[in-house]
Design a protein around this ligand. Sequence first.
Ligand code: NAD
Length: 474
Amino acid sequence: MMKYGMYIDGQWADADKTIEVINPATREVVGTVPFGGGDQAKLAVDAAYEAYRSWSKTTADERSKLLKNWHRLIEAHTDELARIMTMEQGKPLQEAIGEIRYANQYIEWYAEEAKRIYGETIPASSPNKRMIVLKQPVGVVAAITPWNFPAAMITRKAAPALAAGCTVVVKPSEETPFTALKLAELADKAGIPRGVLNVVTGDPAAIAAEWQRDARVRKLSFTGSTHVGKQLMRGAADTVKKVSLELGGHAPFIVTEHADLEMAVEGAIASKFRNAGQTCVCTNRIYVAAPIADEFTRRLADRTSRLQVGDGMLDTTDIGPLINERAVGKVKAHIADAIAKGGRVVAGVHAAEDRDGYFIKPTVIADATDEMLCMQEETFGPLAPVAVFQSLEEVVRRANESPYGLAAYVYTENIREAVTIAESLEYGIIGVNDGAPSAAQAPFGGLKESGLGREGGHFGIEEYLEIKYISLGI
Ligand code: NAD
């Protein structure tokens, strides 16, 4: 059984109550963390506000060195962190190791970027003036993160924030707090000063309400559902905080008749079934050109049927459990709806009922139509509906008919088609012949109701910097 406290002001803190953390592969309790609330959320801001005074004055070199220490320790603890993640989140161990490495790339990248926070000088219109633009940290940052990437969603926020000179209070998902707390423990070992990074676990609404109310919190960075993101954005208005939101997606995956079919099938498998389909950039709906639809669907069904579902700790597992009962219910409802509306099951369907955990077989449904729920909203599970299209104009229109705009995928060997479709899609991330476009050095984020702001690369650190203009009379 694991047991961790909250990490506030460099100390491990308890609360009156605890939350049980469940292994979704076995439904067994793996440990407990404190069920913190508004009081603990406030203590964390007190600590972060106090620490900000000195942290914001450190040199970029000092911050960079400490971030590199943290990076090295995470690297040395990759296996341990990945095991914790698989236990509380369910993803196959190899994927968990991949996520720890990916999460750590953000720390390494921003450790370097800390040294490149440049200002500007602007030519003045008068000889006795100088115009200077400084970039300064925004202040205390509140980060609220989801369970699907328990490490990367934290480092993608904390690394640029710390590099910029901000201090951070984090609330990880109540489903996956251990990965977050282990990261905090390593930050502590790395020498990151007390109060600079704090992790509060517990009641999401109470913790978020405290941070929204507190004017000392100058920035809110959230990754999670669109519904909660909208609530947080409204709540941030009273104190006019800066807000970054990484919200839901509903990614279209377009295969034109000029696609390399093998590559397209592999891309669909990677972008659809990674993390059991619980990724905001996961393909949610597949559109295939009519002349190749049967062949593509046959190959996809065949490849999908060979994926092994099981406990993420086993070497043989390709697809782990879903996070909880609610997630299984949603996928089943989308499958039932698709079948009722004329969908044809060509692979999978329904739970692997012989197991204890929240397993569901990866499923492919052909003859999908735009009326189906899975073609209209994020399934967040291993269901791949395949629809047919007749013209590129038509498929781009159908792909864009969504309030979401996070990731989209296009498979074609024809460069003109690739450029035209990529430019026409109303999405923040486009994978052209690439089912896994995310990278620490690249901008990640969505259009429309998929969010505000970008994480990753030099774009990501701007979210944690204010611009200050100094007009200097001489
Ligand atoms: P969620 O919105 O339920 O939870 C996200 C976080 O918000 C958790 O820490 C949760 O405890 C907290 N939360 C829940 N209710 C809250 C409330 N009332 N006030 C304040 N905080 C609250 O989302 P989830 O189910 O954990 O994550 C899945 C969603 O996240 C999907 O929609 C997915 O697409 C999205 N997501 C987006 C990205 C991205 O970068 N765009 C990345 C990963 C996940």
